[in-house]
Write a protein that binds this ligand. Structure first.
Ligand code: SAH
Length: 428
């Protein structure tokens, strides 16, 4: 069975990748990791600072999570809501924007998982935080090439996007003029459309609004944009770090430590106690405590002070995969995290590169193609730091039950089908 599944995935890969691509997207790239001096003038000062200082004056210092939520997703002045931050001219560039090979490989992954799930009649592709829509567009193009494999499955695309401005960009690239905003505020989808191939596309503010049905979720550079709380250990125990107005410079913000426990720090202490019971040695406990990670800001491809000009720069937090794994609980099977390099190589990026290089006569395009490959896979660039994590139905990794009526013999049931891209399989 293992070999059989491997062969199926290989077939998918060769079906999609044996021909040169019409429009491979590659760029001279800067990522969130590769910082370069900003070019041009600063963007205009946002009214976000005024909004935050008014709020702090009224209610007192705010948690870092609230600061992040306001700065990134405030419906009027939030960074994601008002900016076109992605791409070489924006503040940072992400893997799907660097090369379309990235999305193509994820498409093959999605189809192979759909096959392993028994080819359900319905296939909902759900993307959280789709940015410019490039990943979804690359995945759907490969779905089109694999129409014969997908058979009569009814495929639909569901995008969870908080930014109306970005949703318009996504609609432009995915549906052209075949879409429109929903009118009723109560409708779960705020925009609907149809791709050139006739696939329905819907946009939602919240994951809960996506209809139930067999779904494959993609969330690329999404979890790091979600708000985090920050804590500091003091002599009185764990205290929450808050954002306050600097008393000496009223138009500047600063971090302060809450003098007494907050709701979040009390929750942290409860979890900490539980973890101390689970992990008896301190080093382990210390490490797990920092699940909320560090904050980083990006503006013009440079690291940026997270409290200056709020709303004009991206803010991200390191994602703690072990925390995600614990929160997912026993109801799902977790895979990875594996480095991006490992995942892409397991998915056949090298063969894809060979086909593209063979068919590419232009020296500068070849160079750009090689540079993009290097950024995606080089351990010193995105290859090691960016990681892939999978959450699957536990049935997916369970040994198939023997057919009813058969006596259990000495032979064990066959091993579960391996999941493409991940080398190590494990249950949470
Ligand atoms: N996945 C894309 C973009 C990453 S940037 C890529 O890899 O290129 C983060 C994306 O998540 C943006 O589209 C942003 O608008 C969206 N986003 C951020 N917070 C969100 C939230 N709470 N709910 C839904 N979308 C969110």
């Amino acid at each position: 069975m293992r070999a059989c599944f491997g062969v199926k995935t290989q077939l998918l890969i060769s079906r999609v990748f044996s021909r040169p691509s019409t429009a491979v997207r590659w760029r001279a790239v800067q990522t969130r990791l590769l910082c370069s001096p900003p070019t041009g003038e600063e963007k205009p000062q946002h009214s976000m600072l005024r909004h935050l200082t008014t709020k702090i004056k009224a209610t007192g210092p705010i948690p870092v999570a609230e600061y992040m939520r306001e700065v990134l997703t405030n419906p009027v002045t939030g960074y994601y809501v008002t900016n076109d931050m992605l791409g070489p001219e924006g503040d940072f560039i992400t893997s799907p924007e660097i090369s379309q090979i990235f999305g193509e490989l994820l498409a093959v992954w999605a189809v192979s998982e759909w096959m392993a799930a028994g080819r359900p009649e319905q296939l909902q592709l759900v993307e959280l935080g789709p940015g410019k829509g490039s990943l979804a567009s690359d995945v759907l193009r490969v779905f089109g090439q694999l129409r014969a494999v997908l058979g009569g499955a009814s495929v639909s695309l569901h995008l969870v996007e908080v930014s109306r401005a970005l949703s318009r960009l996504q609609a432009q690239s995915l549906t052209g003029s075949r879409g429109q905003e929903a009118h009723g505020e109560d409708e779960p989808a705020y925009r609907r459309g149809e791709t050139g191939a006739g696939l329905p596309v819907s946009w939602y503010r919240r994951l809960e609004d996506v209809p139930a049905g067999f779904s494959i979720f993609l969330a690329h550079e999404f979890f790091d944009a979600l708000p985090i709380h920050k804590f500091q250990r003091t002599q009185k125990g764990w205290r929450e770090v808050m954002v306050d107005i600097d008393p000496e410079k009223p138009d500047q913000l600063r971090f302060v430590v809450a003098p007494s426990p907050t709701l979040a720090s009390s929750t942290l202490v409860q979890v900490t106690d539980l973890e101390t019971q689970l992990h008896t040695h301190t080093a382990d406990t210390q490490e797990t405590l920092f699940w909320f990670g560090t904050r980083q800001g990006f503006k013009g491809h440079r690291l940026h002070d997270v409290l200056s000009s709020p709303g004009s720069a991206d803010l991200t937090a390191d994602v703690d995969f072990s925390f995600l794994r614990r929160m997912a609980g026993g109801g799902v099977a977790c895979l990875g995290p594996v480095p991006q390099r490992t995942f892409l190589k397991n998915m056949g990026i090298d063969s894809r590169m060979q086909v593209l290089l063979r068919s590419c006569g232009d020296a500068s395009t070849r160079q750009q193609l090689i540079a993009s490959y290097d950024v995606l896979t080089n351990p010193a660039k995105m290859g090691e730091r960016f990681r892939f994590f999978g959450l699957l139905h536990p049935r997916r990794l369970a040994r198939p039950a023997p057919p009813a009526g058969l006596k259990l013999e000495k032979k064990p049931s066959p091993a579960p089908l391996p999941v493409a891209g991940f080398t190590e399989l494990g249950l949470s």
